[in-house]
Structure formats: C-alpha cells, structure tokens
Write a protein that binds this ligand. Structure first.
Ligand SMILES: [Zn+2]
Length: 582
C-alpha cells in the first residue's frame, strides 16, 4: 500500500474522554472511529488487524475440528423468550420491533440460536460430537460504554459451541478447545494467563478465563511469579507464610483506654508510645456480618482485607451482609471500631494469618477500650478459615513463590455449559439403547475486537503502538527521505521485491518531512521500518529498524528484502508470496 493513497486519518490531539492507551492510540492512529456512544467503525488499518486476529482464530478452530457458521444478528424474540433470557438479560438486551409489530432482539450471544440449529437436525448419538463456531458482531447495551473498543455496545466475537453425548465427552471437547486457545493467544503475541473460575465436580476445571495481563484491565488478578498459578483476587488462595508463625509467649491480656480511636491506623498511632513494636500486622480487625439473621464475626489481620466472597463460601451462603452500626452496638455493647473476639457471643471465623499472631491487639467490646496481649486459643476460640484477600507478595498456593498483583482483560473464556440450554429447548438425541438424552454443551468465546485493544494495552510506548508481528496491519514501512528522486525510486524497487516475497509493506511516498514520517511510523506501530536516504544510497546501504528496539542495522541494498522477509517470519508474521509483474 502507498501511504499517499491510504485512508489513515490520524489525529494530532489526544481525543477527549480517551484515557486508556489503546483507546487513545486506536483513535490517534486512525484505526477506528466512534460514531455513537460505544459504537465504532473499523477504518482500513483497524480492519486489517482484526482480519489477522480472525485468521489465527479460524485456523485454530478448524484444526480443533470446529466448523464455521454464521448466525443472524437480528433474532426473533421467541428464542430468547423460550429460555427466559428475553427478560432476564434486562437492560443489556437491544429489543426492537418490525413494521408488523413482531418483537426481535439483537444477539448478545447465541446459545439459543445454536441450540435451535442443532435440535432441528441432531437426533442420534451417531451425529455427535459437533462443534460449531462463528465470528460475528454482538450487541449489548452497556450502561456505561468506556475504554473505546474494550467495552462497547457492538463488538466482534468468536463464539463456539460444542455438543456431546455426555459430560465426559464434553470435558474432552473442552480440553481440545482450551489447548486451541493457548495456541491462539500465543500466536497473537499476548502475555496472558489462564484463570480457572472453578473446579468442577469431576475434578479439574470446567470454566476458565484467558486473561491478558495489563495494568489497565477491569479484573484484579494475582499471578504466581514462578509457576502457572493465576486467579481472580476474589477467589484466589494462598498459604500462610511460614516465617510469620510466632510461637513466643505473651503476657496476660490487658485492657487499655483508647479514647475515640477506632480505626486500625488510629489505634496503631495512639498505642505507639506504650507499645513500641505495634504495627497493623499485630492488630486484629474484627468485622461483623449478618448471615441468615445471625451475627458472625470475621477476624483478619489489621494489614489484611477481608474477602467477603470467601467468607460467604466458608459459611455456605450466597452472600454475606455487613452488620449495621446498630447491630454492632447491640451485639458487642460498644461503638463501631471496638469490637473484638474476646467474649463475643456468636460464631467467630479467624483467618490463619490473624490466628498466628500470638500477641495481638483487639477491640474490647467496650467503647474506647482495646485489649492488648491477646492470643487466639488462649483468650478466645474461633474457627480458623482462610478469609482474607490475597495480596501482592503472599505465597502461591501451588509452589509458595510470591504472588504478584496484576490487572487483566478477559480476552477469552472456555466453559462447560452442561444441559442447561438443551433441556430448556429440547435438544435431545437417542443413545445406543434408544434412550432420549439432552446433549451436553460447552461454549467458548473470544473477544476479537477486544483483543486488538488488549494487544495495544500490552504493546505500546509514549510514541505509539508496537504491534506484535502476527497482527500488525503492515509488516514493514518503507520510509524514503528527501525530495530527490533517488530514495523514492529505491523504495519503489524494494517495495516490489517485498511484494513478490509476500511481505506486507506500507510505502510512505508522501511529500512529508522525515520527522513527520518517523512520527507516523511510530504511532501506527508497524514492527519494521526501512529508511532510505540519499547518503545511505551513495554508500549502497539501507537502514532497518525494529519498532521495539532502539538501534538500527545497516544492510547492502541487495540484501534488504531477504532480511526483512526473514525477520517477519522469525517474529511470527506470515508471508504470502506473489508472482512478479510481467
Ligand atoms: Zn506458584
């Protein structure tokens, strides 16, 4: 492509409301444009990137035995009504009517439609397994579209659905797709981790997220610095740091007057004069929760946070609710901030890290009073359960190496659905003994347009995007300098050589100053740049620079095309050789 003919409407200014790097750079680089809240059009460069992501996905899906279909985006309402999702999707579902008043919705996902596709034809176990996928626009009425194409209202997704005769076979399909996802994410050049969402009844995961590690993601994760353990912070586990197990003796508990200091920070500051070695790690934070109309006390270390999801799981309930100020007063006889486990009448859950503190400070269940030298097992009894929020530096539950905090963008998910949809919609088959059974489904999504943004979140610098070679809109940009005819002629010759070798080149033939050309090349993030200047030509040399490196290499003109083609391949790009012009 010649830059002078290309439709690349770059912007000089950073657009208002754009804060995340991918949002800013996609708009500035002329890859996408917003035409309405959360609605984006793909301009030529953006379309090229998407097409490459799609190509990678298609290849791996096809290799995994999946077959591509294309379902409509405009769906008669009866399908979502059949499963109840026409209502339960709530405000996220785009609903519309045709001229006759018939109801429709735009597809936010396609379980109903694919289940219908299969139930119409699949009658026997002989027709299974099946795996069908599509790459298509999805519509969700996000309450607050933001971050450009990371969270918008119309977006490109790959969704695949597997159909099996039983759960064991469904798990095999799931494993095949999970492996395919690994190949896809690797090929796209993304730093990602698989986060298991749960452990199924059959042992092993039946639901996992492929999280692209970035600093700007919506999901808080902990990731092991050594092994492959990664988890959402809300469900992450950790082991107790062994070096923090304290076995020293402590004096008897003692009540201290702590007027008006209820928070951990205030108590630590207040007691610092009397107890020189006081720290938040020696404080026990006692929190009261309403669980099935009873008050339960949860105790974590002062420097830890309570994980409400883990507490609810520990107590075998769906959700826990923080007790009201009034309930706290009634249960402890003290103002909020002075609750403690000693003498508390009710169930007490203590986190192992808190239970290991042998000389602790707690509220005394008396306003303006704290207890010092408190010890679990001596001064109070409590059930020891891991209920704190895992944080940076905690040991990995698998290998004990320190965990690191990350944010992630969910780029894909794999999920065993079971028979939820097939039972509701009557997608059944006859097994070898003639018994009618519901098909067992799995579903597998990838946010195609979202991955384009995620790649930028991971690969950029102050000057612009640094595309991984596998998804770059062009693999090399040729930058002839100056007004003389020589550099442009040499660039044209190289351009033709590269075309025959199958390298995708963008030839910057614009009559712009070198500074402008270099700036645009950096902004667009083309992985390789060949600079063609008159001085170099006089020496018979061209300059090759990688977008992700500082230094450039000089090569004889005759060797450049082959060198570029080799580098493209080495960096994960593909060549599509063409025949030379007659
Ligand atoms: Zn580990």
């Amino acid at each position: 492509m010649r830059y002078s003919k290309a439709f690349v409407p770059t912007l000089k200014e950073v657009p208002k409301d754009a804060t995340t790097p991918s949002h800013v750079l996609l708009l500035r680089g002329g890859f996408v444009r917003m035409i309405g809240s959360g609605i984006y059009e793909m301009l030529p460069l953006g379309r090229r990137v998407l097409a490459k992501i799609e190509r990678t996905i298609r290849r791996e899906m096809d290799d995994a035995g999946a077959q591509e279909v294309l379902m409509p985006a405009l769906l008669p309402a009866e399908y979502f009504q059949e499963t109840g999702r026409y209502d339960s999707f709530g405000g996220a579902l785009f609903r519309l009517k045709d001229r006759k008043g018939a109801e429709y919705n735009l597809g936010p996902t396609h379980e109903e439609i694919i289940t219908d596709m299969v139930r119409r034809d699949v009658k026997s176990y002989r027709q299974l397994p099946l795996n069908l996928y599509q790459i298509q626009m999805k519509f969700r009425d996000e309450p607050r579209p933001r971050a450009g194409i990371l969270r918008c209202r119309e977006f490109l997704m790959k969704d695949a659905y597997s159909f099996d005769v039983d759960e064991a076979h469904a798990l095999e399909s799931y494993a095949v797709m999970r492996a395919a996802y690994h190949r896809i994410f690797k090929h796209l050049g993304l730093d990602y981790r698989v986060v298991d969402a749960d452990s199924g009844a059959m042992g092993g995961s039946t639901s996992a997220e492929f999280q692209v590690l970035v600093q700007t993601g919506e999901d808080a994760l902990v990731v092991c610095s050594s092994c492959d353990y990664a988890a959402n912070v809300e469900v992450a586990e950790t082991t107790l740091p062994t070096d923090e197990k304290d076995t020293s003796d402590s004096p008897a508990a003692e009540k201290l007057h702590t007027p008006g200091v209820g928070s951990i920070e205030d108590v630590v500051a207040f007691l610092a004069k009397t107890l020189p070695d006081i720290s938040a790690a020696r404080m026990l934070k006692s929190l009261l929760y309403l669980v099935d109309e009873k008050l339960v006390m949860a105790v974590v270390r002062g420097d830890d946070d309570l994980n409400e999801i883990r507490l609810a799981r520990t107590l075998g309930v769906d959700e826990v609710f923080m007790a009201s100020e009034e309930d706290v007063k009634k249960a402890t006889g003290a103002a909020v901030g002075f609750a403690g486990p000693v003498g508390f009448e009710g169930e007490v859950i203590i986190d192992p890290a808190a239970a290991a503190v042998t000389d602790a400070i707690t509220g005394a269940n008396e306003t303006d009073r704290h207890l010092v030298h408190v010890r679990h097992g001596r001064d109070f009894e409590a059930r020891v359960e891991s209920v704190r929020m895992v944080k940076q530096g905690d040991p990995c539950p698998k290998c004990s190496a320190p965990l690191e905090s990350y944010r992630g963008i969910e780029g894909g998910h794999v999920f065993v659905l079971g028979t939820h949809y097939s039972k509701k919609m009557g997608a059944t088959f006859l097994d070898p003994s003639g018994e009618e059974k519901p098909v067992v489904m799995g579903c597998y999504g990838i946010g195609v347009s979202r991955l384009m943004a995620a790649a930028i979140e991971q690969h950029h610098d102050d000057d612009g995007i640094i595309w991984p070679m596998s998804i770059a809109p062009y693999q090399v940009i040729l930058t002839p300098l100056g007004k003389a005819a020589g550099p442009l002629e040499a660039a044209e010759a190289l351009y033709e050589e590269l075309r025959v070798l199958g390298v995708e080149a963008l030839l910057d033939d614009r009559a712009e100053r070198p500074g402008v050309k270099f700036k645009d090349a950096d902004l667009l993030g083309i992985p390789l740049r060949v600079t063609i200047g008159q001085r170099g030509l006089d020496e018979g040399l061209l300059e090759l620079k990688r977008r992700d490196a500082k230094d450039a290499e000089k090569l004889p003109i005759a060797e450049m095309a082959a060198r570029v083609a080799t580098l493209v391949t080495e960096l994960g790009g593909e060549l599509t050789p063409r025949s030379a012009k007659a």
